[in-house]
Design a protein around this ligand. Structure first.
Ligand code: CP3
Length: 343
């Protein structure tokens, strides 16, 4: 049984455009909320292989996506390094900040795989349970995006704490980034060992970074992770997603050596088709908020995306994840629209 999404990632697109959606498992689905309600702590939920595998499979059963993304979170990596991570209702993630030598000294790779090992177990269960034609996607956050949370101790606007540490104490910042390169490479390699067919690296906050720092904070660490994965698993496709990188996107694609790049909602598609798609597969870029209103505009926009990217390898996805208020029936209509299209 061939996996259409995996083949497309390898640069062999078929007649139909494969699809999956960021945050396809999540709060917009009543069956997710039901399982989620059985565990108070979100991190504990991520470390429960039965529950994490179940919520990964829920959207596949409903909508028949070509890809299933492992259910976990990008903040599993700092938790594995020994940083305290927790989620507060209505506040998002909280972490004990790592912003000086003393807090950095508490982190290490020593217990990493033991701490996050249940995520690998989730991958093994998914590998066994998923239909043969569905591609299993592992993922991690990119060092820059994960560092913005680690340093600020929470989500932040403009990522002031990480930027200021990066400029003001490049030595400490560099040590944090190096540790994240080690952790992320090993974490993704272990997910592939456990059965992931491909992996995505989320750099959600790579917007508005000066180009010298974009090179140092976004391109170099991601490139190093890609090269370490390739050394062990040369055949496994890697998707990069430097969200909101704008005109730096082609530079990122050329430098990092990924197989596919995620396009956020603002990327003009004629430009992407011309400048990026000849080099790598592209994925994206539907506005998740358009799936909240749905209807004819959602269908015509989906068809426009499919048309504009029909000339090369394309995986239909969103420009960012589904929001909780997304009506599940709109996801059904969007899925049917994508399935009906032929290149
Ligand atoms: O379906 C999937 O996409 C797979 C699972 C997944 C989650 N988070 C589950 C989740 C993935 C791939 C992520 C990635 C992630 N996590 C990113 C990168 C992608 C992006 O959205 O930019 C980031 C920045 C995070 C960090 C994070 N996790 C935040 C800021 C929050 C709180 C905000 C929110 O939406 O609640 C989370 C929590 C989280 N991660 C939830 C889910 C389903 C909601 C928590 C809950 O169910 O109580």
């Amino acid at each position: 049984m061939t996996k259409l999404l995996l083949e497309t990632l390898k640069g062999n697109p078929g007649d139909r455009v494969p699809f999956w959606f960021m945050r396809q498992a999540g709060r917009y689905l009543p069956e997710y909320l039901e399982v989620r309600a059985t565990t108070n702590s979100f991190m504990e939920f991520c470390y429960s292989p039965d529950k994490a595998a179940e919520v990964t499979l829920q959207p596949i059963r409903r909508y028949g996506m070509d890809g299933a993304i492992l259910f976990a979170d990008i903040l599993v990596a700092p938790d594995g390094l020994g940083q305290k991570v927790w989620f507060e209702k209505g506040h998002g993630p909280k972490l004990e900040p790592v912003n000086d030598e003393a807090s950095y000294a508490k982190l290490s790779m020593g217990a990493f795989h033991d701490r996050v090992g249940n995520v690998y177990e989730t991958v093994r269960r998914l590998k066994a349970e998923l239909p043969a034609e569905v591609t299993l996607l592992g993922f991690a956050g990119a060092p820059w995006t994960v560092a913005t949370y680690m340093i600020a101790g929470q989500g932040s606007k403009d990522h002031a704490a990480a930027r200021q540490l990066g400029y003001g104490n490049p030595e400490l910042f560099g040590k944090i980034m190096d540790m994240l390169v080690d952790a992320t490479s090993e974490y993704l390699i272990a997910q592939i060992d456990a059965g992931a067919d491909a992996v995505q690296i989320f750099d959600s906050w790579s917007a508005a970074i000066p180009e010298t720092m974009f090179e140092r904070w976004v391109i170099e660490p991601t490139k190093e992770i890609v090269s370490r994965i390739r050394a062990k698993h040369a055949e496994t496709p890697i998707i990069g997603f430097p969200r909101l990188a704008g005109a730096a996107l082609p530079t990122f694609v050329d430098a990092v050596g990924i197989d596919c790049v995620g396009l956020d909602t603002g990327v003009p598609l004629d430009w992407a088709a011309r400048e990026i798609q000849p080099k790598v597969c592209v994925q994206g870029n539907m506005d998740p908020h358009l799936v909240v209103s749905g209807g004819d505009l959602m269908v015509s926009e989906a068809n426009r995306i499919l048309e504009q990217l029909r000339g090369g390898a394309h995986i239909f996805n969103l420009g960012h994840g589904f929001v909780p208020e997304t009506p599940p029936e709109n996801v059904a209509l969007l899925s049917d629209t994508i399935k009906a299209f032929r290149r």
